[in-house]
Design a protein around this ligand. Structure first.
Ligand SMILES: NC(=O)c1ccc[n+]([C@@H]2O[C@H](COP(=O)([O-])OP(=O)(O)OC[C@H]3O[C@@H](n4cnc5c(N)ncnc54)[C@H](OP(=O)(O)O)[C@@H]3O)[C@@H](O)[C@H]2O)c1
Length: 282
């Protein structure tokens, strides 16, 4: 499946379906170059039916890999060990291949969010009241990370109400002190009030014609809005800016989740500025 080339070359991949659009190879290869490591990182499309074969092959040939949509959850049965927050969220985006071939899974999406928000002048997750708009594949990883980091309240809004309610229940079950509720998008007015951090986690905004998931006028004026979408200025981000609400798009989250993956794989401090240059000047 994967080609051998050079004995000492460490190989890393990102898998997904599709995966051709991934910005991770440029960013990770810049990091390897910056530290003079003999390593390469490529994108590999893997369909769900081939995940077991991929995992077997990876444990022999790779030093680590990232997982993107739609396999962050599908990969779990093939891992040897899973870090506790990733296990709670049912989501792994980073695997380190140990010397003995064991596959250790982690989720760095929450770390990426936390560091991107701080860097943009937003609040610390500790003691924060957070509202997630959207409850797709990535939200559980972010919410469980926020809960572990000491958030005091998590509210989740989603088009499909049951998903938001189920995640809230799961969070409450594992974090007894956390105030947590899930509801439909129609409860936005209530849920967005008195929120330190609002995280836009729907896929709305990926296309130019997409509407905002909620009326930006409902955002609390004291909140910080972080939008996971990074390929354009979404309508909710533009609405927040127009109202003077501090905000940021999702590109720096991609950077910091990648930096954390790099550190898990190599044990070295990630050259964040070189990775940022590769990502932002692509
Ligand atoms: N910046 C980063 O590093 C980073 C990392 C991961 C993901 N992302 C981005 O985050 C977004 C979500 O990712 P994901 O993996 O969670 O996606 P996903 O699993 O496909 O979930 C999509 C979410 O969007 C909602 N949604 C879709 N169409 C909608 C509509 N017309 N009206 C209202 N809600 C709608 C879905 O609601 P239902 O549940 O009701 O279907 C669901 O909550 C994507 O844009 C992705 O590119 C960014």
């Amino acid at each position: 499946m994967m080609q051998e080339s050079g004995r000492n070359l460490k190989k890393y991949v990102v898998i997904g379906d599709p995966v051709g659009h991934s910005l991770s190879p440029g960013m990770q290869n810049a990091a390897f170059r910056a530290l003079g490591l003999q390593a390469e990182y490529i994108a590999v499309r893997v369909v769900k039916e081939d995940l077991a074969a991929f995992a077997r092959d990876a444990s022999k040939r790779l030093a680590g890999f990232n997982i993107t949509v739609p396999h962050k959850n599908n990969i779990l049965p093939f891992l040897t060990e899973i870090e506790s927050t990733a296990r709670a969220a049912g989501s792994v985006n980073t695997v380190k291949v140990q010397e003995n071939g064991a596959l250790h899974g982690f989720s760095t999406d929450g770390y990426g969010l936390e560091h991107a928000v701080l860097e943009a002048g937003g609040p610390s997750l500790k003691d924060a009241s957070i509202c997630f708009i959207g409850c797709g594949g990535v939200t559980p990883a972010l919410a469980f990370h926020a809960a572990a980091a000491g958030a005091k309240e998590i509210r989740i809004l989603n088009r499909t109400e049951e998903k938001a309610r189920a995640l809230a229940e799961h969070l409450r079950a594992l974090h007894a002190d956390l105030r947590c509720e899930g509801a439909a998008l129609s409860c936005a007015e209530d849920f967005l009030r008195h929120t330190d951090l609002t995280v836009q986690c729907t896929s709305l905004g990926l296309k130019a014609e997409d509407p905002a998931p909620v009326d930006p006028a409902l955002l609390s004026k004291d909140t910080f809005l972080f939008d996971l979408v990074y390929n354009r200025e979404t309508k909710i981000l533009a609405g927040a800016r127009a109202r003077g609400i501090p905000c940021a798009d999702g590109l720096a989250m991609l950077l910091h989740q990648g930096a954390r993956s790099f550190e898990i794989w190599t044990g070295l401090e990630a050259p964040v500025e070189e990775m940022r240059r590769a990502l932002f000047n692509r």
